[in-house]
Design a protein around this ligand. Sequence first.
Ligand SMILES: *[C@@H]1O[C@H](CO)[C@@H](O)[C@H](O)[C@H]1NC(C)=O
Ligand SMILES: *[C@@H]1O[C@H](CO)[C@@H](O)[C@H](O)[C@H]1NC(C)=O
Ligand SMILES: *[C@@H]1O[C@H](CO)[C@@H](O)[C@H](O)[C@H]1NC(C)=O
Ligand SMILES: *[C@@H]1O[C@H](CO)[C@@H](O)[C@H](O)[C@H]1NC(C)=O
Ligand SMILES: *[C@@H]1O[C@H](CO)[C@@H](O)[C@H](O)[C@H]1NC(C)=O
Length: 315
Amino acid sequence: MRRVNRKLLFLLVSTFILCTISLHIKWTNKLSFFAGPQNSVTYKHRRAMVKSFCENNQLNNSFFVLQKKVAAQLYVEHSHKFIYCEVPKVGCSNWKRIILLLNDSLGRSINELKHYEVHTSSLLIKLSSYPPAIQTQLLANYTKVMFTRDPLERVVSAYRDKFLHKDDIYYSRTIANQIKRRVRENINSTENITFEEFTRYIVLQAPQYTDTHWKPMYHLCDPCNIHYDIIGKFETLKEDADFVLKVIAAPQKLSFPNKKHHSNDSQTNHQITRQYLETLPPILFRQLKKRYSIDFSMFEYSYYTDDDDDDDDDG
Ligand SMILES: *[C@@H]1O[C@H](CO)[C@@H](O)[C@H](O)[C@H]1NC(C)=O
Ligand SMILES: *[C@@H]1O[C@H](CO)[C@@H](O)[C@H](O)[C@H]1NC(C)=O
Ligand SMILES: *[C@@H]1O[C@H](CO)[C@@H](O)[C@H](O)[C@H]1NC(C)=O
Ligand SMILES: *[C@@H]1O[C@H](CO)[C@@H](O)[C@H](O)[C@H]1NC(C)=O
Ligand SMILES: *[C@@H]1O[C@H](CO)[C@@H](O)[C@H](O)[C@H]1NC(C)=O
């Protein structure tokens, strides 16, 4: 009797060990497929950070109904079961180019797609164009992706792109005038709006209703309720985009483009951002950081500091 038991135990243990080894081999094979500086551990970590932040701050919603304005940020690409949340100033024009080329009935190359065409194409399908029941199914079935960027670098990028150029009249006139009416003391002045005025305007507005170019990423994409499979970062755009393209099994010849709208401008970086932030009075600077505090924490960006301000006192 005992002998039989022992044999059985031995059999069980060896089967277990063998299974573990073969599973491990399978898993490492899968991982090596994604090998590179940004392996799947990075993405798992980002997702875990978002999840724990949402739970700790009770930002998830048990009666979740996808908001219309969030559904309008999400683009659907059926042939690769891909859903992309548009965050302006975080490489979104290039993602739209990719989406157009993924469903390539026209056989065009990436350079043939013009900027205005990308933003007005009727071939781009928004999730909001489907009835709610289908929206839920698509969110459950497809690979969902969003990209984030340092919150204040995004604000500076929006300012430079929208208010230092005259080609986009909606911003350089209509919105600029709106900002002047709200924050400018001398209403007769015809000066361009300054970064400080832009910032004053941002902190006066309710973050969930403000313009998408400076709306907090948390409000744009609702990551507490839409469980994104991949959270990419602008700071590692190329690697993260390549990872996404691999996961959705995009054609190998398709690679993420490196195109800028105002190609003569230098890309807004940490140093340029700092130069703009230094023009702000300390109180306004703190108010601005507070505006984006969820984005800072949830997506793990570090706060810019001024002299009398500790790293995370607004956290
Ligand atoms: C929200 O988070 C809480 C705390 O972890 C969890 O118990 C609850 O199930 C979550 N709700 C949803 C809808 O995910
Ligand atoms: C490609 O785009 C066209 C036009 O929007 C659409 O009718 C078609 O269903 C798309 N194909 C796939 C596979 O998504
Ligand atoms: C989603 O997946 C389910 C189960 O595989 C399938 O029945 C359903 O038709 C899919 N829905 C959509 C919109 O793709
Ligand atoms: C306002 O900005 C535009 C575009 O950069 C520039 O051409 C113009 O000279 C500026 N006007 C003033 C008064 O600074
Ligand atoms: C603005 O212009 C109007 C009309 O020219 C003038 O009456 C008013 O005093 C000016 N206001 C300021 C603050 O300069």
